[in-house]
Design a protein around this ligand. Structure first.
Ligand code: NDP
Length: 289
């Protein structure tokens, strides 16, 4: 049977820097599918019109990136419960004339952890303990949802704007009641690492072109996983410091896995195939970083 043509893309502003066309284009070719994945530069003031035009333009759906992930929540016909809890949509599916909103960033984060630590769970095993999360923006929301879903015993959110950390602790705490949610001021970030089984940087500090993240790892147990959602550079100064810490190195996880696995889950929504994250795909994406 001849396969049908499928069109998808990524909507953002700006969106030129997105690596998603490389990832989805790789899978379209690998699976011999008929389809395209294109860049959709859409200004915030045009988001509603652009979303309503997707069906007429023949799109199976699209990814949403900065700055549309939160605004789209009120513009779609149905929101998946996990996306509603995260408070952001990164994947849209056009189905029977309706726009359905999903969030695959959380799936991306959990799969990236399990790639580094097979069988990772937040509630049992060697990584069941308090988790320190630096940042309270969009990326933090997906990470917090994973940790909440997984039943992490305690989550310490540390953010430059304390009010945002407090708001997230209250919002997620109302849903994930088995977890102890704490909001801490930014100047307590070194002390917040005490006894943690995982540290996650979700701020943009350490990204190419941004200021470095200043953090002392002394209080962090050596068994803790150290994660950074940033993927440019692949090894941030935080991950480099954790990987080479004198007296015992941490297992580190960079943001590339989260990027690739969120894309994998989105691809399945549109193309009906669950593709693999292969070394060849990683090389193709890394060549663009
Ligand atoms: P947001 O703008 O939503 O959040 C940025 C966060 O960084 C906020 O907590 C902000 O604090 C903090 N921050 C920014 N500048 C400073 C500073 N100078 N000092 C202290 N804190 C600071 O961005 P996102 O959450 O969308 O993205 C954050 C990072 O995550 C980016 O590098 C992005 O590329 C990456 N990312 C990676 C993904 C992946 O798939 N691997 C997916 C999504 C994002 P405050 O609240 O005080 O402003």
């Amino acid at each position: 049977m001849e396969s049908t043509y499928t069109l998808a893309g990524v909507m953002g502003w700006p969106v030129r820097h997105s690596r998603s066309p490389v990832i989805h284009g790789h899978w379209i070719r690998e699976h011999g599918l008929k389809g395209d994945y294109v860049l959709l530069p859409v200004q915030p003031s045009h988001l509603h019109e652009a979303l309503r035009g997707l069906q007429a333009l023949g799109f199976a759906g699209c990814n949403l990136t900065i700055p549309h992930k939160v605004a789209a929540l009120s513009m779609v016909d149905r929101v998946d419960p996990l996306a509603a809890r995260i408070g952001a949509i990164n994947t849209l599916v056009v189905k029977d004339g309706q726009l359905l909103g999903f969030n695959t960033d959380a799936e991306g984060y959990v799969q990236s952890l399990r790639e580094a630590q097979p069988g990772w769970r937040a509630d049992t095993g060697p990584h069941a303990g308090p988790v320190a999360v630096l940042g309270a923006g969009g990326a933090a929301r997906a990470v917090l949802a994973v940790l909440g879903e997984q039943g992490a015993p305690e989550i310490r959110i540390c953010n430059r704007s304390l009010d945002k950390a407090q708001a997230l602790a209250a919002e997620f705490g109302a849903h994930y009641r088995g977890t102890r949610w704490l909001a801490l001021p930014w100047d307590q970030r070194d002390a917040a690492l005490e006894g943690c089984s995982q540290l996650v940087n979700t701020t943009s500090l350490g990204m190419t072109g941004q200021d470095a993240l200043t953090l002392r790892l002394d209080a962090l147990p050596r068994t803790a996983l150290v994660c950074d959602v940033i993927y440019t550079p692949l090894e941030t100064p935080l991950l480099a410091a954790a990987r080479t810490r004198p007296g015992g190195q941490h297992v580190t996880v960079n943001g590339l896995g989260m990027l690739l696995y969120q894309a994998r889950a989105a691809f399945q929504h549109w193309f009906g195939v669950l593709p693999e994250v292969t070394p060849a795909l990683r090389r193709a994406v890394e060549a663009t970083l």
